[in-house]
Design a protein around this ligand. Sequence first.
Ligand SMILES: NC(=O)c1ccc[n+]([C@@H]2O[C@H](COP(=O)([O-])OP(=O)(O)OC[C@H]3O[C@@H](n4cnc5c(N)ncnc54)[C@H](OP(=O)(O)O)[C@@H]3O)[C@@H](O)[C@H]2O)c1
Length: 288
Amino acid sequence: MEDRPAPAYIAHMKTISLRTGDSVPALGQGTWRMGEDRRKHSQEVAALQLGLDLGMTLIDTAEMYGDGGAEQVVADAIRGRRDEVFLVSKVLPENASRDGTVAACERSLKRLATDRIDLYLLHWPGSHPLAETLQGFQALAQQGKIRHWGVSNFGVDDMEELTRLPGGDAVVTNQVLYNLTRRGIEWDLLPWCRRNNTSIMAYSPIEQGRLLSHDRLDGVAKRHGATRAQTALAWVLNSGTIAIPRARTEAHVRENRAALDIRLTAQDLSDLDRSFPPPRRKEPLGVL
Ligand SMILES: NC(=O)c1ccc[n+]([C@@H]2O[C@H](COP(=O)([O-])OP(=O)(O)OC[C@H]3O[C@@H](n4cnc5c(N)ncnc54)[C@H](OP(=O)(O)O)[C@@H]3O)[C@@H](O)[C@H]2O)c1
């Protein structure tokens, strides 16, 4: 792997430190629904490349997205610049036996045209025993095919079950639904993850675009000369989680990158709490 100094634009990127010591951008890029339509391929590749140029070098994908098609889009986006990227992919629960996890990862590596995934996640809890999935992750890590592993859509009970297993406390990330309209994790999961040094990766940070119809964002947005999408993203970024919005147009990519420069004030945060209240009791984990 090349060892070169971070480019200047990365220096301006807010980063989050993982328990592994890796520093990753707080704002990454999602890829769900990419790779489904060949006619959109070059636009999707260009959007991801622009995001990389702007410092959003964490890319989240999964074997599930576009039945492997999203990983192929990512392969084209990162070709020739693999070392700049922190690559996240996911194994489907139905594949997550010990050997199935290894085989799924090898298929992903082939589609991604790389020799390693930086962070490999179990997409959601399934029927294969977690201990087996963990053995698969450990075998892959030993072979250098993945650098780290984590989970997605795990509630507190799932995290406790996982971390009771030998080696389970090495879990780096739990990727979960988190945005202004989905604040349930603040009750229990977010504090649990903070206590246990597990980073939260917030998926669907603008609620798949549905937050754009909320005029309750406008007061805060206006104060910052920002759009609703930027305000929603700025709020997620303020929470110390890693946000991975998906954007397929140049305008959306640029707009999202600019959300990093918004500093929400205490007044902004309390206005947003009034409009999008935090949980008052334990809620089931939200999923999409
Ligand atoms: N682990 C899991 O189970 C799970 C589940 C869901 C998602 N994810 C991951 O999280 C990523 C993000 O979540 P998501 O894709 O569900 O939803 P999202 O990022 O909240 O929203 C994506 C939608 O918002 C639009 N958008 C993006 N930036 C915008 C902007 N600045 N202004 C207006 N519209 C904007 C996008 O349009 P365009 O694309 O047309 O630009 C797209 O329609 C996924 O892509 C995936 O990588 C993981």
